[in-house]
Design a protein around this ligand. Structure first.
Ligand code: HEM
Length: 128
């Protein structure tokens, strides 16, 4: 079960990152949203939910191994997803969103680093 959840988790955040970039690029400051923006926002929510649910499942199964780092991973995962929402919300209100976009990238890199550092999962296994 936990292996399946790890695969679901990785699939979810990989797709989530791609859909986030796609949604960001499908809202032009001059022309507003493209026809793909709304469906992309819906996909973003679906894959964010999958990433959170699978992440929570693994978290509650495995956190005893290193409660502190697992806790930080949890927070950075949520922060990454929260920043995605804030970035796209600013875009919709035509407020500057570049810095938020960069913060998403930094938060995602930290989250991925933590996930790969923590002991479980196929990406971790590639480095052993
Ligand atoms: C609330 C959201 C999230 C929670 C609660 C969460 C939680 C977890 C947990 C508990 C693990 C297992 C760590 C281990 O034992 O090795 C994990 C793995 C991982 N997560 Fe997340 N995560 C979340 C979101 C994200 C996001 C948004 C990303 C990417 C941007 C991400 C990237 C990773 C990576 C790279 C791994 C390691 C997979 C591997 O080693 O094969 N997570 N996550």
């Amino acid at each position: 079960m936990i292996n399946g959840m790890l695969h679901l988790h990785i699939m979810s955040w990989v797709v989530l990152l791609i859909v986030f970039f796609a949604a960001y690029e499908n809202f032009s400051d001059r022309l507003g949203p493209s026809q793909y923006f709304k469906p992309l926002m819906m996909l973003l929510r679906v894959f964010a939910l999958l990433a959170v649910v699978s992440g929570c499942y693994i978290f509650f199964k495995a956190m005893n191994a290193d409660a502190m780092l697992y806790g930080i991973k949890f927070l950075f995962g949520l922060l990454t997803i929260g920043l995605m929402e804030m970035t796209l919300a600013r875009k919709k209100r035509k407020k500057p969103s570049r810095n938020f976009f960069y913060m998403v990238i930094v938060a995602a890199i930290i989250t991925i680093g933590l996930g790969v550092h923590l002991p479980l999962g196929p990406i971790t296994a590639m480095f052993k």
